[in-house]
Design a protein around this ligand. Structure first.
Ligand code: 5GP
Length: 181
């Protein structure tokens, strides 16, 4: 697996430091509020669990899974809910946790979908943000951002290519040869 890595973009240590800062900020911002963290499977599972443990106020955890990329690296633009939340969001402060915001279409869809459930507030957190790829119609607000990344396909810490490489500890760029296999 490591032989497929071209270079490390963000190291595990750098990432963990930033996630702790994000957790501290979120804890401060939601002090005294009924907070629910909604992690988006599968990509955000690892980031979400680290972020969740960095939050020091009472907080609930739930997960959603929606259809996104297949084995390709291009967004389909079509979203289907494969796993929905267990509990009502009525009057709760909801924080959507994503691995990466690319075109913005997924976050836009989620904001619309979860917004219909009458949460007290709805905000977004992402480990990575690729602003150069954002579609104008999906210029959604990102409230908590770990790192900005260039327009390159990245893997590691939950992010996959064809379901592999999620277990890499750093955020990496793979060798071009991986994609022609
Ligand atoms: P968007 O809807 O913003 O275009 O894409 C969001 C989803 O696309 C992410 O949750 C992630 O699953 C996938 N994605 C976008 N860019 C990348 C990338 O560089 N690497 C990986 N592994 N997935 C990506």
């Amino acid at each position: 697996m490591l032989q497929d890595v071209e270079r490390v973009l963000i190291s595990e240590a750098e990432m963990q430091k930033r996630i702790r800062e994000m957790g501290a900020q979120i804890s401060q911002d939601y002090e005294g509020k009924d907070l629910v963290v909604v992690g988006i499977l599968k990509g955000a599972a690892l980031f979400c669990s680290d972020l969740f443990r960095s939050i020091t106020i009472p907080v609930e955890l739930d997960f959603m899974r929606i259809s996104s990329y297949g084995a390709s690296t291009k967004s389909t633009g079509v979203h289907r809910v494969l796993l929905d939340l267990d509990y009502s969001l009525e009057d709760k402060h909801v924080l959507i946790v994503e691995d990466i915001v690319d075109t913005g279409l997924t976050i836009k869809f989620l904001l619309g979908y979860l917004g219909q459930r009458h949460p007290a507030s709805l905000r977004t957190a992402t480990l990575l943000d690729k602003p150069s790829r954002r579609k104008p119609e999906a210029a959604v607000p990102i409230d908590y951002r770990g790192f900005e990344v260039p327009d390159e396909f990245v893997c590691g810490n939950g992010l996959d290519y064809a379901e592999k490489y999620r277990n890499l500890r750093d955020i990496v760029i793979l060798k071009p040869s991986v994609y022609s296999k």
